[in-house]
Design a protein around this ligand. Structure first.
Ligand code: GAF
Length: 388
């Protein structure tokens, strides 16, 4: 991991090299992990993510020609597009689609978006399930709102960024990632009600408790994650319809058994059980954190993992191996974080045991013949912001 200064310097250097001159400013947005509450966001439920100290930085300036030019470290040449491409979802693809999607969402909401030149650098790894796409969306949104002097309070940014992802890029995600990277606060986890968008900043001061969150990048190869995610979402929507509720969030924990009895296939029953019990685990985690009992959330994290593995069926062998090895090395709890089928695991550990847990996971991987995992200890960081 490199410092925020380095990534900002890379964005500025990219801007100077591609466009000449100085950017008008630099805007940053982080990646995220989700402490608990997986696949609950699109079921109108509860999530508890936090923003990471890894950031994406956009160096940008307005352009008079009313067009957008975007360069990223991921590519040699900038991608250029105008209103015609921005107004037609799908016309811009690859990583630049997240930028075009933001322009599209702003325009669709009636805003006059200034043309701009943008240079993007990032420390958020792509494809690791740490929301590199939401980080791009949020940083670009922050830049365009300010460059254009748009009247758009930050509370409304997550929904717009989600629309960019859903309707321009075509990924049917919920609102968790965009909320985490926009509304996250240093030292806190973001308790979000995905139906009302009400948030509560929950103190999560790992350092003061002598604890750390170890993030383990499973490095598992991509396994049809997009199609499986969409299938899970469909299955939840069908179940809600069958149960006569607006969303699975409306099935109370106490009514779960009765609801399951009304469903006629086992797979759907297990999907529903995951979502309903996961919502409850989020609420229980929040209660413990409000009481300052951070260590005690460990079993809830581990139970969440079991539910994702057995009921929602979104884990893979590398992920399960990382969780089991972390627990065997005395993590308080461990679970996959994010959409699934690869990505990252998080483990709650004593700060002075983080290296030993990371070593144990690496050794378990070697035993199984898996590509070595990446590991990183993190603390909750702040959300999207202007740097200077
Ligand atoms: C992905 C999606 F983008 C989120 O909206 C959420 O559904 C998550 O998977 C699963 O909890 O990160």
């Amino acid at each position: 991991m490199t410092g925020a200064g380095d990534v900002a310097a890379r964005a500025t250097a990219g801007f100077r090299q591609r466009y000449g001159g100085e950017p008008a400013g630099r805007w940053a947005a982080p990646g995220r992990v989700n402490l608990i509450g997986e696949h609950t966001d699109y079921n109108d439920g509860f999530v508890l993510p936090f923003a990471l100290p890894l950031r994406t930085v956009v160096a940008a300036a307005a352009a008079d020609d009313g067009r957008w030019s975007v360069w990223s470290e991921l590519d040699d040449e900038p991608v250029e597009f105008g209103p015609a491409e921005a107004d037609e979802p799908g016309r811009v693809d690859g990583w630049a689609a997240y930028v075009a999607g933001v322009v599209w969402a702003l325009r669709a909401a009636g805003h006059t978006v200034p043309g701009a030149r943008l240079a993007i650098a990032s420390d958020v790894p792509v494809g690791s399930g740490l929301s590199s796409s939401a980080a791009i969306e949020a940083a670009v949104l922050a830049a365009l709102v300010e460059l254009g002097g748009l009247d758009l309070p930050a509370e409304r940014w997550p929904r717009l960024a989600q629309r960019a992802e859903n309707d321009y890029v075509g990924a049917p995600t919920g609102i968790m990632d965009q909320s985490a990277v926009i509304r996250g606060r240093s030292g806190h986890a973001l308790f979000l009600d995905c139906r009302t968008e009400a948030v509560e900043q929950i103190p999560f001061d790992l350092g003061a408790a002598g604890l750390a969150v170890l993030v383990i990048d499973s490095r598992a190869p991509h396994r049809h994650a997009d199609g499986e995610y969409a299938a899970r979402r469909k299955s939840c929507e069908r179940a809600a319809e069958a149960l006569g509720v607006a969303a699975l969030r409306d099935v109370a924990t106490g009514d779960l058994d009765a609801a399951l009895a009304r469903l006629d296939d086992d797979e759907t029953r297990r999907r529903v059980r995951h979502v309903v019990t996961e919502d409850q685990r989020v609420l229980d985690t929040v209660e413990l954190l409000r009481a300052g009992r951070i260590r005690d959330i460990g079993p809830l994290l581990t139970a969440s993992h079991a539910s994702m593995r057995d009921d929602f069926e979104i884990t893979v062998p590398e992920i399960d191996t990382a969780v089991e090895a972390a627990l065997a090395a005395r993590a308080y709890g461990a679970r996959m974080t994010g959409g699934g089928f690869g990505g990252c695991v998080l483990a709650l550990v004593d700060a002075d045991a983080a290296d030993a847990v990371a070593d144990a996971v690496t050794a378990a991987y070697a035993d199984r013949g898996f590509t070595a995992p990446g590991t990183l200890t993190v603390l909750p960081a702040g959300g999207a912001t202007r740097l200077d």
